[in-house]
Design a protein around this ligand. Sequence first.
Ligand code: PLP
Length: 415
Amino acid sequence: MTMNDAGRRSAQPTAAAAPADALRAIEERHGAGLLKKRGANLLSGQGAWLTTTDGRRLLDFAVGHGVAALGHCHPHWVAAVQRQVAELTTCPDSFATPRRAELLQRLLPLLPGDFDRLFLCNSGTEAVEAALKFARGTSGRTGVVALNSGFHGRTLGALSATAKAQYRDPFLPLVPGFRHVSPGDPAAVEAAIDEQTACVILELVQGEGGVRPLERNLVERVRARCDATRALLVVDEVQTGFGRTGRLFACEHYGLRPDLLCLGKAIAGGLPMGALAFGPRVGTLPPSSHGTTFGGNPLVCAAALAVLDVFEREQLVARAERLGARARERLTNELSGPGSPLRELRGLGLMIGLELKFKVDGLLVRLLERGLVALAAGPNVLRLLPPLVTTDADLEHGLDLVVAALREEPAGGPG
Ligand SMILES: *Cc1c(COP(=O)(O)O)cnc(C)c1O
């Protein structure tokens, strides 16, 4: 292991500075053991860059599955969080508090639909749970229609909406009343929605399912069928929201106005937060029939407000659109032709999926060795989620690494 000067200076006599293998061994032995550790231990971050415990710098095109849209430790965000952490961090929903009121007022007008209420919670899966409870509890219906290869989270309700057998099978039976339909068969999707359907739930770009944008025709037919049957339409923008797709919300690409909107990941720039937006079509639940201890606390609200500030000041949505177009142009130009490792390039804005002709695991390891953190989205899709603040030069550098690593791959390899 090499250790540069910055790494030596920041070394502390704590677990964080233990040799890389020892650190990993502690987590492997005592963590829940649900994910294999990757080959770097992360110590700090600044913008699009991470520093490992042994002083290596990594360009981060994953940012915690899209959480750190502003990059790591944006100075405006850090200052807002530091101010708030010294003022008030916990305040139950039974008391009003300035940061929360401010966030409700500022966020609602930015959302794509007729929304006048937000339920604030702590994660994407909780936003989905809340959507299911509001849809069922206000409609008196119990049916839910979801799509194959959709991902909505891992608590038992959200998991019931999630399609993948690997996530579901250990926990069967799940909540009754859920049906999964192929997004490639709009007629079947329409037929699944009827007068028993409380809600339909969609990701407009399926993230975990392989970075797959839905067809506009499907989305329009679902909206119309929901209107005809009075089923509620839930859009899960946990991953696509907050500029990721080159619009503030992916709904804008489709001209879509959902009845409920699930938010998470990037909403508070790195602190745990989720939110469900809804309006008069949904109505409210009886008092105390849903709630959360930490939801909408002043600390995460201050963080979310700082995120909105930075989006405005740095015009991050337009930036995501421009950088995304540049990435697509380069990847198309440099990875096409005979012997190309690429089966299909998908995505919107800075949500980029490269479906490869082979399995992606080995490529992720080699990219990390070259200094780039990237993600998978299924067995053979490479997913890139660069922070929206990525500089032009860093984008080019990251794409250089991707192209070089892919050109080295045996295109006819396994998978
Ligand atoms: C990540 C994700 C979730 C779950 O969010 P958590 O914060 O991990 O609970 C739900 N829906 C989508 C589309 C996601 O990408």
